[in-house]
Design a protein around this ligand. Structure first.
Ligand SMILES: Nc1ncnc2c1ncn2[C@@H]1O[C@H](COP(=O)(O)OP(=O)(O)OP(=O)(O)O)[C@@H](O)[C@H]1O
Ligand SMILES: [Mg+2]
Length: 225
């Protein structure tokens, strides 16, 4: 079976006074459908940069990236946007909820970009509020929630469309351990239901929820043990 993700010779750099600053170096990586992969490495080693490439948020890389059989490096902006909409859920390092939308409106947003009837959208939002036990918060704005609750909403928003590929950038970074455990268990459950997950984490305990761990150092992917 074709792997879900295949990177070949992927590099990312930014112009820097007089030269370039290298962020990702010659990355070769294969991830099969259904895997739960953790990415670790020191601050600044390129973890978020790698996730941004995988999540089609950054098209400025060199090399080849195949996702679900599509050659991402050959797609135009519109095609990338559609693939992202249909295949990817992203949980950001900082929650990225929209401040002037309520919890329910934030959750409805990814659905609104799709061709889904409003009744069905309401039902999906209701289901996910239930599943994440945040029904009581649905009419509140993000600033009225604790950090942990905001992150729960961010996770709910990332999974409401049931993406094939779920990318999570330190999903529990800012949370107390009980909320953190809850989010990790939710990710594990989504993985059992079929989602492929790539998570960035600084915590060995969280990495343990995945089935293998990648190490980044100065933009280089270290050989797996
Ligand atoms: N737009 C940009 N322009 C220039 N350099 C950038 C840009 N984005 C990222 N970088 C550089 O890329 C390197 C890797 O950053 P990245 O955010 O991927 O690190 P990280 O591993 O996620 O770190 P952290 O654990 O602190 O989140 C850093 O040195 C950063 O300065
Ligand atoms: Mg980061």
């Amino acid at each position: 079976m074709e792997p879900l993700i295949k990177l070949h010779g992927v590099e990312r750099s930014y112009p820097l006074a007089g030269g370039r600053s290298w962020v990702l170096r010659n990355i070769d990586l294969v991830i099969d459908e259904g895997e739960f992969v953790s990415v670790m490495g020191p601050s600044g080693s390129g973890k978020t940069s790698l996730l941004n490439v995988l999540g089609l948020l950054d098209a400025g890389f060199q090399g080849e990236y195949h996702l679900a059989g599509q050659a991402v490096h050959l797609l135009n902006g519109k095609q990338r946007q559609l693939l992202q909409r249909d295949a990817i859920g992203f949980i950001f390092q900082h929650y990225h909820l929209l401040d002037d939308l309520t919890v329910a409106e934030n959750l409805d947003l990814p659905l609104s970009y799709r061709n889904i009837k409003s009744g069905e959208r309401k039902a999906l939002v209701g289901d996910i509020l239930d599943r994440f036990q945040i029904v009581g918060k649905k009419d509140l704005f993000p600033r009225q929630l604790s950090g942990g609750q905001q992150q729960l909403v961010a996770v709910a928003r990332a999974v409401i469309t049931r993406p094939k590929l779920l990318l999570a950038d330190e999903p529990t970074g800012a949370l107390h351990s009980s909320h953190g455990t809850m989010i990790m268990e939710l990710l594990a459950e989504l993985n059992r239901e079929g989602a492929t997950i790539v998570q960035v984490t600084h915590s060995l305990a969280n990495a343990g929820y995945g089935s293998r761990t990648l190490q980044l150092r100065d933009g280089w992917l270290q050989a797996s043990p």
